[in-house]
Design a protein around this ligand. Structure first.
Ligand SMILES: [Ca+2]
Length: 198
């Protein structure tokens, strides 16, 4: 029972039909907090700082073909935009290649870019892209590189080398155009993306 905050005497009278009223008095004191559980220690939940380099892509075809697979030093894993949409009541199954996608790597600091080595997978559903365009983030926007030269690999998972005039920036983006857009064989897969330099 709580009755104000001052110490004193509390008088309680009970009445009931057919019974004599009874009265009790109790001395009251201010109650202390009765919290018995230690409060949880909260700390600010800032998001964890991202690990650099950090890979990204405009699209990934499956949960196990995400951009990080380009940087994991595992030749068995790769980013891919190959997908397969199961048939629905209205639409047939569909797996035609997307016409264009980009992949990017954020280094989290300014560095020099003049070259990238891209290991594309060749398979029944993956082929070399028709073109690769590179752009470097200058802090405000992606600026297309100049003086581009591409040496295409001739075997699966061998590096295709793109070189260009050296430029400073923090991120590299590669825009990949499918060699066979709309066809099942036109998807693009990258098992390894190396960007030499510092
Ligand atoms: Ca890999």
């Amino acid at each position: 029972m709580r009755a104000g905050t001052e110490a004193g005497v509390l008088k309680v009278t009970a009445r009931a039909d057919g019974l004599r009223a009874g009265t009790a008095k109790a001395r009251t004191t201010p109650s202390r907090s009765m919290a018995l559980t230690e409060p949880a220690a909260f700390t600010p939940d800032h998001p964890a700082p991202p690990n650099h380099p950090l890979a990204d892509a405009s699209y990934s075809g499956r949960p196990d073909t995400l951009p990080a697979a380009m940087l994991d030093d595992d030749p068995a894993t790769g980013w891919s935009n190959a997908f397969s949409k199961a048939a629905t009541a209205l639409l047939p199954a569909f797996s035609g290649a997307r016409a264009e996608d980009w992949v990017s790597v954020d280094y989290g600091r300014t560095r020099t870019f003049d070259r990238a080595e891209i290991s594309f997978t060749l398979s029944t559903i993956h082929s070399l892209p028709a073109s690769v365009e590179a752009a470097v983030w200058d802090g405000t926007r992606y600026v297309p590189v100049e003086g581009v030269s591409v040496t295409w690999a001739t075997a699966s998972d061998e590096p295709t080398v793109i070189t260009f005039d050296a430029v400073r920036g923090s991120r590299l983006r590669l825009t990949l155009t499918s060699g066979y857009p709309g066809e099942t064989r036109g998807a693009v897969r990258i098992t390894k993306l190396e960007v030499p330099g510092s």
